[in-house]
Write a protein that binds this ligand. Structure first.
Ligand SMILES: Cc1cc2nc3c(=O)[nH]c(=O)nc-3n(C[C@H](O)[C@H](O)[C@H](O)COP(=O)(O)O)c2cc1C
Length: 201
């Protein structure tokens, strides 16, 4: 049976992280439940050249190859009838990438005002993986407290902090060094970066 992963893209800077995660996931037989917030679409337009075309054809233009047995479902942020809105929808994890401070705040305070907040709330209450890649700098005490609350409730806080020890040659390498850690946490095999120690005999 295919793994089921919920992916959300918010209106924080760094939509490329969401695209590279989808690229890495969709090369596998996997079911993706993708939610893009309204602000997420706007930042995608600003940062990636997305122009309102069908999102799957946009992904293909970005070099995303979809496995024959993969399924990409896309939902609007207000669609509370979508599967991720219910605890009865069993999934293997949810990733919010990038995660805005607004969405982080909503999750930390239990405000399920849109499908992204609700799906995150559901995964926390059902004790399913929830991985947040919050993007802001510097961080206020409110941001830090919200991260603390989300982590205490069971979320994994994974700021998109690329690694440099793998000698990255491009922005894609930098981004993928973060995505590799997300895939590790989702228990999905990948060859995006070498594990530390692999080059030691
Ligand atoms: C170009 C651009 C970049 C932004 N970057 C960030 C960011 O890095 N972090 C953040 O928390 N908000 C950022 N924002 C503000 C969010 O888009 C805004 O707070 C929005 O309400 C988030 O909504 P969402 O969480 O539903 O996507 C940015 C906005 C724009 C237009």
């Amino acid at each position: 049976m295919n793994k089921k992963i919920v992916v959300a893209i918010c209106g924080a800077s760094g939509s490329i992280y969401g695209i590279r995660l989808l690229k890495a996931l969709l090369k596998n037989p996997i079911n993706i439940y993708l939610i893009i917030s309204n602000a997420g679409y706007k930042v995608l337009e600003h940062e990636t050249g997305y122009r309102g075309e069908s999102f799957s054809s946009f992904l293909k233009d970005k070099g995303v190859v979809i496995h024959n047995d993969a399924v990409l479902n896309i939902y609007e942020q207000d669609d509370f009838f979508a599967p991720p809105a219910s605890g009865s929808f069993r999934n293997d994890g949810m990733v919010i990438v990038p995660c805005s401070m607004k969405t982080l705040g909503a999750i930390a305070s239990g405000i399920a005002d849109n499908l992204i907040h609700r799906a995150a709330d559901v995964n926390l209450k059902e004790k399913r993986p929830l991985i947040l890649l919050p993007r802001e700098t510097p961080l206020s005490l409110i941001h830090l407290k919200n991260m603390y609350m989300a982590a205490k409730a069971g979320a994994t806080i994974m700021p998109p902090s690329p690694s440099f020890y793998s000698n990255p040659q491009s922005i894609f390498d930098l981004v993928d060094s973060v995505i590799a850690r997300v895939l590790d946490h989702l228990k999905i095999e990948h060859d995006l970066v070498k594990q530390w120690g692999d080059n030691i005999v």
